[in-house]
Design a binder for this molecule. Structure first.
Ligand code: PXP
Length: 242
C-alpha cells in the first residue's frame, strides 16, 4: 500500500520567529523535504501567526509540487485565506491561543452546523477536507454526516502512552476507529506525536492508513542530521510496512 508522508515544517518557522528574522525559511525546508521523499507538506496557519505566516502559505502554494495540506481552525478569517490560497487539502483542527500545540481533536459533534458550512465553502474551491478528531466512533460518524472527505485520527494518546497495557489499549481504539472510518468510506489519515519508534507499530496494527502527518520528530532529527536524511529515514520506515 502506498501511504503518504506529510511533513509538517511549522517548527522551521518557529525557529525563524525566535529572532523575528527571515531564516530558516520553511519554504526551503519544504523543498528539501519533497526532494527527500515527502509526499506532502503540511503547515498550520494559526490565528496568532506564531510560526507560519501568510507569506509562507502563499509561496508554499505555488512551490509545493507534491500535496499541500493546510491545517487550520474554522474561524472566518482563516477560512477566507484557505479559499483564496486553495491548498490541496485542508485539515480542520481546534485551536486555543494558550496551547503549545494542537491539544485535542475537533469536537465535530458539538459544532456540526458550523463545520458543515466551512466544509461546503472549502469543497466548492475543490479543496479536500480532512477533520482532525479523536479516534471515537461518534466523532467519525459526525465527520461523515457533515460531508468531510477524510479524517485524521489523533494519535497523541497513543504517542504519550507509557505502559505496554496503555499502548495496546490506544492501538485497539485506533484500530476500531480506523475500521469504522473506512467502512463509511472516509479517507483515513493519522498524526500527532508520531516518531521514528512508534510509527511502525501503528502501521502494523492499523489497517488502511493513507496518510501520516509528522512534524516534531522529523524536525528534531533534521536539526541534528539534516532535513534530507530525517525525511528519507521516516519514509523508509513507512514504506517498510506493506
Ligand atoms: N496533525 C495535526 C492535525 C497537528 O495539529 C499536528 C501538530 O501541528 C501534527 C499532525 C503533527 O504533530 P507532531 O508535530 O507531533 O508530529
Amino acid at each position: 500500500m502506498n501511504r503518504r508522508l506529510g511533513v509538517n515544517v511549522d517548527h522551521v518557522a518557529t525557529l525563524r520567529q525566535a529572532r523575528r528574522t527571515v531564516e530558516p525559511d520553511p519554504v526551503a525546508a519544504a523543498l528539501i523535504a519533497e526532494l527527500a521523499g515527502a509526499d506532502g507538506i503540511t503547515v498550520h496557519l494559526r490565528e496568532d501567526r506564531r510560526h507560519i505566516n501568510d507569506r509562507d502559505v502563499e509561496i508554499l502554494r505555488s512551490t509545493v509540487r507534491s500535496r499541500f495540506n493546510l491545517e487550520m481552525s474554522v474561524s472566518r478569517g482563516i477560512v477566507n485565506i484557505a479559499c483564496k490560497i486553495k491548498p490541496d487539502q485542508a485539515t480542520l483542527v481546534p485551536e486555543k491561543r494558550q496551547e503549545i500545540t494542537t491539544e485535542g481533536g475537533l469536537d465535530v459533534l458539538r459544532q456540526k452546523q458550523k463545520i458543515y458550512s466551512v466544509i461546503q465553502r472549502l469543497q466548492k474551491k475543490h479543496i479536500v477536507v480532512s477533520l482532525f478528531i479523536e479516534p471515537d466512533k461518534k466523532q467519525i460518524q459526525a465527520a461523515y454526516d457533515v460531508g468531510a472527505d477524510a479524517v485524521e485520527l489523533h494519535t497523541g494518546k497513543y504517542a504519550n502512552a507509557l505502559s505496554l497495557k496503555a499502548i495496546k489499549q490506544e492501538l485497539k481504539r485506533l484500530k476500531e476507529a480506523a475500521i469504522f472510518t473506512t467502512s463509511v468510506g472516509l479517507g483515513l489519515n493519522a498524526g500527532h506525536g508520531l516518531t521514528y519508534i512508534n510509527t511502525k507499530p501503528l502501521l502494523i496494527e492499523i489497517p488502511g492508513l493513507e496518510e501520516l502527518n509528522i512534524g516534531h520528530s522529523i524536525m528534531s532529527r533534521a536539526v541534528l542530521v539534516g532535513m534530507d536524511k530525517a525525511v528519507s529515514q521516516m519514509k523508509t520506515i513507512i514504506d517498510s510496512v506493506q
